[in-house]
Design a protein around this ligand. Structure first.
Ligand SMILES: *Cc1c(COP(=O)(O)O)cnc(C)c1O
Length: 394
């Protein structure tokens, strides 16, 4: 594979393994196992003396294509595809810690990610400190002699806080810890955590990578040494593997990822600007706007504002519900990154399990809604918001 291709080309051709039939579209190899030409061939394959697949829990051709295409996009040496984003997050963290180790994580995390570090890890003797990740000194203060992993998401869900990835990576390198970045909200189009010094990147491929609401998937990317030393055995023996059918869906998703994310970002940006001027809106948080609280870090590490917007309505929960119910094109759903524009009310859905205090810390109020901009016509979406806001007032 040529290293000089630009992302849009890699995403169409990268990783392709054509069979003897020369198919144009990638083949789906729905098989758990593989047959060997002889007993000796099986022995050699198991010893690692010959290349080839052994069992689909370890790896298989369609998944291989997806993993290689993700590597080309991310600039990573190795990738492992998983059945969901949470399987990727859990494997990426747990494969490299043991009882007695310590994790520092940003407190603003996707709900299930927070559960993994805050609730699950301590059951196995792995301690975790949650910090306000916006300030580097908080990461530094939380370091213990046993700190092995820093975990963060940037921008965060749902209030789009931004964390200085290069800054956190520098702290981690000083103590030999690893930084795992959940890069879902930024997308691989706008942010490259490995280039910023992070050691491991994870995605829920359910989001922009599929982008059309069809499948759950995830992927873990890193350098070969980290994968061999930490992830390889964990992945093979605990079984978070992706279905080859899903890998095929996601290969198709990757082909159109840049086009979709570009249109979604243009929509997010224009809707954010429109909403910021409306009397019903107290505040709009969008990483692509100059008034984002951490616009300086955005400029350092993101190439675009991405596809999500946090909107704070003056009228609290009543206004948030009225807006959602009045929207006609924009659907009420907690998914994100989809071709369809989706809106959600975090306080009563994705973040309902947090205490009032934890929600307040994250800037989630009754009036907060999160928009995931789709690929629809920009003017239709703005007109939809305009007519819905008129009903919020009524
Ligand atoms: C959706 C999401 C996940 C979990 O992914 P699933 O595919 O739903 O398991 C993890 N992190 C972030 C930031 C997400 O948006």
């Amino acid at each position: 594979m040529s290293k000089t291709w630009r992302p849009a080309t890699e995403l169409v051709h990268g990783g392709s393994l054509r069979s003897q039939y020369g198919e144009t579209s990638e083949a789906i190899y729905l098989t758990q196992g593989f047959v060997y030409e002889s007993a000796e061939a099986a022995e050699a394959r198991f010893k690692g003396e010959t290349e080839g697949y052994i069992y689909a829990r370890y790896g298989s051709p369609t998944n291989d294509m997806f993993e290689k295409r993700m590597c080309a996009l991310e600039g990573a040496e190795e990738a492992r595809a998983t059945a969901s984003g949470m399987a990727a997050v859990t494997a990426a963290i747990l494969c490299q810690v043991k009882a007695g180790d310590h994790i520092v994580a940003a407190r603003a995390l996707f709900g299930s990610c927070r559960w993994v570090v805050e609730t699950l890890a301590p059951k196995y003797g792995i301690e975790c400190t949650l910090v306000d990740g916006r300030y580097l000194e908080n990461w530094e203060k939380a370091i213990r002699p046993t700190t092995k992993v820093f975990f963060l998401e940037s921008p965060t869900n749902p209030t789009l806080e931004v964390i200085d990835i290069a800054g956190v990576a520098k702290l981690a390198n000083q103590i030999g810890a690893r930084v795992v970045v959940d890069n879902v909200f930024a997308t691989p189009i706008f942010q490259k955590p490995l280039e910023l010094g992070a050691h491991v990147v994870v995605y829920s491929a359910t989001k922009h990578i599929d982008g059309q609401g069809r499948s759950l998937g995830g992927v873990i990317l890193s350098d070969r040494e980290w994968v061999n030393e930490n992830l390889q055995d964990y992945y093979r023996h605990t079984g978070p593997a992706m279905s080859p059918f899903t890998a095929w869906t996601l290969l198709k998703g990757l082909e159109t990822l840049p086009l979709r994310v570009k249109q979604q970002t243009e929509n997010a940006s224009k809707i954010a600007d429109f909403l910021a001027d409306q009397p019903e809106v107290a505040k709009v948080i969008y990483p692509g706007r100059k008034d984002h609280p951490q616009a300086d870090i955005v400029a350092k590490q993101m190439k675009g504002g991405s596809t999500l917007v946090a909107i704070e309505l003056k009228g609290g929960k009543d206004a948030a519900f009225a807006l959602q119910n009045a929207l006609q094109i924009v659907k009420i759903s907690n998914n994100l990154g989809d071709a369809k524009s989706l809106i959600t009310h975090p306080a009563t859905t994705t973040h309902k399990n947090l205490t009032d205090e934890a929600r307040a810390e994250l800037g989630i109020s009754g009036g907060t809604v999160r928009l995931s901009a789709g690929i629809e016509d920009t003017d239709d979406l703005i007109e939809d918001f305009a007519q819905a806001l008129a009903k919020v007032n009524a």
